[in-house]
Design a protein around this ligand. Sequence first.
Ligand SMILES: [Zn+2]
Length: 140
Amino acid sequence: MVCLICSIIERRIPAKVVYEDTYSVAFLDARPAAPGHTMLVPRAHTLRVEDLTPEQAQALFSSLHRILAPIREAVGADATTIGVNNGPGSGQEVQHVHIHIIPRHRGDGGSIVQSIGPGGRANPEEIGEKIKQAIKPTGG
Ligand SMILES: [Zn+2]
């Protein structure tokens, strides 16, 4: 199956590329939620953030760190919302990791990520322990 994001990275589909380096590419979203809405993607075709290697994840976050202020300043925004639909159950439409960077302004009428809801009723102590146990300790 042809991946839309891989096609953009390989320049087989046109997009306004605003940044690229060894691991990452950033381009304007074709259906922007706000002017300057940018997608940052790893060059590696990977479904979820946790499927990236630690090196790829670090490089992607470094690219994010580098491009945020320039994006915000280019459109005169005072903030950004950064979001990842991480896996098909989240509404991820393209099966390739992509970080949405949406410039924001106070009073722009947009929502916050916590508006996803409907919220959980699970016991936080029990869920917290399950997550804690599932996170494997790093070496050392
Ligand atoms: Zn891909």
